[in-house]
Structures are given as C-alpha cells and as structure tokens.
Design a protein around this ligand. Sequence first.
Ligand SMILES: C[S@@+](CC[C@H](N)C(=O)[O-])C[C@H]1O[C@@H](n2cnc3c(N)ncnc32)[C@H](O)[C@@H]1O
Length: 399
Amino acid sequence: MSTADHSLLMRAIEAHKGGRFAEAEAGYRRVLRRRPSDADALNFLGMMRVQTGNVGEGLELLRRSVKSQPRNPHAWTNFGNALTASGALEEAHKAFSTAAELAPTMAEAWFNRGICARRLKRAEEALECFQKAVEYGPGYAAAYEALARLLYRAGRLSEAADIYRKWIESDPDNPIPRHMLAASTGENVPERADDAYLTEMFDAFADSFDENLQDLGYRAPQLLASAVAEKVGARTDLDIFDAGCGTGLCGPLLEPMARRLIGFDISPGMVEKARARHIYDDLVVEELSSFMRARAESADVIVSADTLVYFGALEEPIAAAHVCLRPGGLLAFTLERLEPETGAEPSYRIEPHGRYCHQESYIRTVLTNAGFCSISITGDTLRREGSRQVAGHVVLAVK
Ligand SMILES: C[S@@+](CC[C@H](N)C(=O)[O-])C[C@H]1O[C@@H](n2cnc3c(N)ncnc32)[C@H](O)[C@@H]1O
C-alpha cells in the first residue's frame, strides 16, 4: 500500500473511532476505489456498516475482507461478530474456530467461539473454549464469568468456586467474583449483597434484562400487581413506590392504581431503561433502605419485586419500609423460599446463583417486629433457574 493510501486509511479509521461515520465511509470508499480488495478497508467499512445497523451489507464487506486476507484472525473475529449479530450462529462458530486456529492464544476468539457453542447447546465445547479464553486472557472478566456460570449450571460448584478464586487473584477489587465465591462456597457470606456488586452486575445486565427474564418465565411483577390490586380495590389515587424498580417491569402494572409512581434502584443502567418507559413520575438512583428512611410517611404502597432476594438479613429494608409508609399503607414483595426442614436451619441462606432465600417464619417475625400487621405470605412460582422452577413467597403486610 502506498504511503498516501495508508494515511487515507488511517484518517478514515480516526474518523470512525470519533463517530464521524460519513467522513469515515468516504475515506474507506476512496481506498477501495484504488484498491478494491484492500482487506483492512473492507473490514473497517464492514464493521461500521454493522455498527450503524446495516448488518447485511456489513456482512458482505466482511466476507470479502476474509477472502482477500484469509490468514488474518482479527478479520475472522470481526466477521464472526457480525454473523453472531445476524443470528447465523453455525457460520459464526466456524469463523471464530478459524480465528482460533490461526491464533491459538487469541483469548477473544476462544471466548466468542465459546459463546456460540453455548448458544448452540454444546456445553462441553463451550466449557473448553472458556477455559482457553481464561488461560490466554488472564484478566478477561467476561470469560471468567461465563466459565464459572457454566460450571455452576453443570452442578460443578467447587470448580466454579476455583474459577471465582482465580478471577479474584487477577482482579482483586472486582465485587462480582467476591460475592459469587461466597455464594458458591457458603463462606464469608455478607448480610446482604454489597452496593458495588449490585451496581456492577445490574448495569452490565440492563440491556438484556427484559429479554432474559421473559425467557425465564419471570412473573413476580404480575403476582405482586394483582395481589396489590385485590387489596386496594378500585383506587387510582395512591402514592406508589417501586423499590428496586430495575428496568420498570412493574411500572405499567402499577400505574392504573397510582396518583404518583416513584421508582428507585441502585443501578443507573437499570434506571435508564425504566426512564425510557415514560411511566414513572420520578426515578432515583439510590440504595433502597436509605431512600425509604429519608421519606417518612410518604407512600401508600411499596412494591418490591425480586429485589429483597439480594438481602439476607431483612430487618433493615423492612424497618425502612415501615418508616416510609403512611399508617394503613401496604408493603408487597417477593422472596425466594427456603424450605423448612429440621427447624434448625438458618433463617436465610445464600444460594450458589448469588441470591438469598428465606424461611417463611423468619419473614413473619421480621415484619411483626417492625410493626406490620395483616401479614399474608403465599407460595408461588417466580421464575425458572436453569431447568428448575423457583418457589417463592408473595408477601403482603400493612402498617
Ligand atoms: C432482579 S431485578 C428486579 C427489578 C424489578 N423489580 C423487576 O421486577 O423487574 C433487582 C433490582 O433490584 C435492584 N437492587 C437490589 N438491591 C438493591 C438495593 N439494596 N437498593 C436499591 N436497588 C437494589 C437491582 O439493581 C435490580 O435492578
């Protein structure tokens, strides 16, 4: 490539990185007019096309790029990413496999191949790929997480714990492996998931949350909304607080009963999604106990779906809810069920998936001690975890 073509390409890449897509495209096309098979220009223009929503044209350009430079693993990886985005998983898997053959220590190629294998339901192959990704990319958080989760799903808990330990070694300040190691070993379990863990995990989860939970048959918002509706009757004038509102799945179900609907959540990423629904009168990024404590006697109803499962000890959030409710106000929440067996087991326990489950008798005691009455706790299925149905409590209590 001539120096002039090279600097033209570099300027186009610069514009691309700066989000100046029209300028970048003009540059790439000028290079391609002079050198129609230039693999880099084809590759970058292809990625830009995918990035700006034209996956079909992007794929075609990327296909030409790997044809013109078949030994470039990065070109194969980019091609694989575009194929994944278009849903062509088998072909994407082949592209990542080629990248990994060409560059056997390229962690990204192994990770992406693992993701395809997992989505194609080839769990053993996915495990091997994630193991390689971790081996060749020692700081690769997504690879550690994917590997540990797959081991957990396969019931290989002590191996999952080993992966969390290795992840902590490579990234000691990361709250996710610390929480998950406690969850999978039952050792050094905190009284509740810490703020940094929740923020990091839910911010990362925000984009895919609604789709994932739909796939898991998630129904806590529906269960709570119909329990609340039955209790409040035809009222439409209530100040309703959605504690741990997440992406706002409860919002549309609560809105008909609300004069004001306020959501709060510790994860800015989740709150941003809730904001996009344009249903809440106000949305605040804050830890739920401190939010409620600071607003004494301001809510008629507090709803908290699938959120107190990130607390082991329930005394603080339930006392804060009591402060926040007006006299006669209603608290409604879901929790996962810890089956009473011998009577000697603890009031709550963390499960290897990272959420806590609680005994009904403990919930009742905490609510009573906080001053609640008319306590109703019914059993229902909340969602699936792997192939298992998650048994839960639907709890209502009145101040
Ligand atoms: C599983 S999501 C459920 C979201 C929503 N309630 C729903 O049913 O779709 C749990 C949410 O609770 C939030 N959360 C967990 N603990 C919290 C806390 N202590 N303070 C505020 N938000 C919290 C998380 O950030 C997350 O958005």
